[in-house]
Design a protein around this ligand. Structure first.
Ligand SMILES: Cc1cc2nc3c(=O)[nH]c(=O)nc-3n(C[C@H](O)[C@H](O)[C@H](O)COP(=O)(O)OP(=O)(O)OC[C@H]3O[C@@H](n4cnc5c(N)ncnc54)[C@H](O)[C@@H]3O)c2cc1C
Length: 479
């Protein structure tokens, strides 16, 4: 039976069985079409809020499958999205009615411990990368939940426990293999397609399908000191003020965020159920110094609980939040960057964090700085290099019927804090899917025009548009 599928121009077309058969014959992976037995499972992604119905999924097993999928979508003018780990909060991995290029089977990781590099296929999860690097006492600086996809995380920056020592994930990129909008497989790095290499370090999925990333590996001891110290929420304002000052003087080897859980926890298995403000910090410097470095976080006041201890970096630290973010729950997030947190801003953060509708929600204040801020704003597409803090507002809840209240809480929170913040947001976190042109422009600041020019060069017809979309544009004057 012909398959009805959406086109790039927001229209519909039909694909005959013979056309789908021709595509399938070129693949080492396979096709899942709407109505197939695996279809309902295939269209699930991490965020239970997202309910999209693509017509066709190409489950790619190798680069030539991606090339075939891109040529097919072009030949038929199809709307397409790219799926790495499927963890994008706004559900950008799936396009309604269109074709999904699913990279999930392309998840091999090759570590070269002599050259200190890792070549990672774009469907890998962070845990795949950690598992491969662990035997060598090495790591790629990635995010803090092991099931997250490496693809989306890298392309918008990538923040985690090595942020202040080693920078963003993109700051550790050496090269990327990319299938372009023309279906050509190329490599982008400092010496070839350097403009594309620049744009892919923060510009998201706008420029082609990345099939693998090559990263510089960093040394990380098997055991690191990790601080987990919980204080009563009633002391949240004082706690944030203390932590802000402490992090201003902290060594680069200490990355930290301050977590606000403003509602009593209902979840089973929680050590503490009352509202808390918590200091979390990972020290990746010499192990014997770690206990001393994190001591002030533990001794600031009388904690409700202090779970600080040496932990296995790859298997402990990198997985400690996995259970807090189960697939299928509803999520809606946003974020703000700050130059600093003044008393009025802290008061507002504590007020809003304590008034969310769901006890599963949290607000994480990330301390930036260190290596991340020593990169110039124009060196990579990601440009928020002089901000000292990022506030991530996470509404997490059960049951789609509660979406309105949770989405409104995030919206009100962000709007109240926006005047004190820097323009834009961290594009790995927004949950919204509405009009975003102004937000995207603000995220890239002075880099925006250059990104439009790279887009014009590599995707002039904007076939990659199911993302935080950058429209093709003319090169900036003088280029
Ligand atoms: C539980 C959880 C924890 C998180 N923790 C962190 C964290 O600690 N630090 C942090 O920085 N971020 C974090 N994030 C945000 C995360 O980086 C983004 O959600 C990211 O989009 C996930 O990548 P993915 O491959 O799973 O995305 P997907 O949903 O698979 O893809 C999202 C979009 O990215 C683009 N894309 C993905 N792969 C490719 C590719 N190979 N080629 C071209 N385009 C591609 C496409 O536009 C795609 O639609 C977290 C998210 C979750 C859900």
């Amino acid at each position: 039976m012909p398959l009805r599928i959406a086109t790039l121009e927001d229209d519909w077309t039909s694909l005959a069985d013979s056309q789908l058969g021709d595509l399938a014959a070129q693949l080492r992976g396979d096709l899942v079409r709407m109505g197939d037995p695996e279809y309902e499972t295939e269209r699930q992604i991490w965020n239970g809020m997202i309910d999209r119905r693509p017509a066709l999924v190409v489950r790619c097993a190798q680069v030539s499958d991606v090339v075939a999928a891109v040529k097919f979508m072009r030949a038929h003018g199809l709307r397409a999205s790219v799926r790495g780990g499927g963890h994008n909060v706004a559900g950008k991995a799936l396009c309604d009615g269109g074709l999904v290029i699913d990279l999930g089977r392309m998840n091999r990781v090759q570590v070269d411990s002599a050259l200190l590099t890792a070549r990672v296929e774009a469907g890998a999860r962070l845990g795949d990368v950690d598992a491969a690097a662990r035997p060598f006492g090495l790591a790629v600086p990635v995010g803090v939940v092991s099931r997250t996809g490496i693809g989306g995380l890298t392309l918008h920056g990538g923040m985690g426990w090595l942020l202040r020592r080693d920078g963003l994930t993109v700051d550790n990129l050496l090269a990327l293999d990319v299938v372009t909008a023309q279906g050509e497989s190329i490599t982008a790095g400092p010496g070839e397609h350097a403009d594309l290499f620049w744009a892919l370090r923060g510009g998201g999925g706008n420029f082609g399908v990345v099939t693998s990333f090559t990263y510089r590996l960093r040394p990380v001891g098997r055991q690191v000191w990790f601080a987990t110290v919980l204080y009563p929420y009633s002391k949240a304002q004082q706690a944030i003020r203390f932590w802000r000052q402490f992090m201003a003087d902290a060594p680069d080897e200490l990355s930290s965020f301050c977590v606000l859980r403003g509602r009593p926890m209902q979840a089973a298995g929680k050590v503490v159920r009352q509202p808390v403000v918590a200091f979390l910090a990972c020290y990746s410097g010499p192990f014997e110094r770690g206990e001393e470095v994190i001591r002030p976080l533990r001794e600031w006041d009388q904690p409700i609980a202090d779970l600080s201890a040496p932990m296995d970096y790859h298997l402990g630290v990198q997985r400690m939040f996995d259970k807090d973010y189960p697939a299928g729950r509803c999520y809606y997030w946003n974020s703000l960057f700050f130059n600093d947190l003044d008393a009025a801003t802290i008061e507002q953060i504590v007020h809003y964090a304590g008034s969310g509708p769901s006890s599963l929600s949290s607000v994480n204040i990330w301390a930036l700085g260190g290596a991340m801020n020593r990169v110039s704003p124009s060196e990579t597409a990601f440009c928020k290099r002089d901000c000292q803090f990022m506030v991530a507002v996470e509404a997490n809840w059960e049951g789609r019927e509660h979406a309105t209240a949770n989405v409104a809480w995030v919206g009100d929170f962000v709007e109240a804090l926006r005047p004190a913040s820097r323009a834009g947001a961290y594009l790995n976190f927004p949950g919204g899917t509405g009009a975003q042109a102004d937000l995207i422009k603000e995220c890239y600041d002075k880099n925006f025009a250059r990104l439009q020019a790279v887009k014009q060069c590599y995707d002039p017809e904007n076939i990659w548009r199911c993302n935080f979309n950058i429209l093709p544009g003319s090169p900036p004057p003088g280029d």
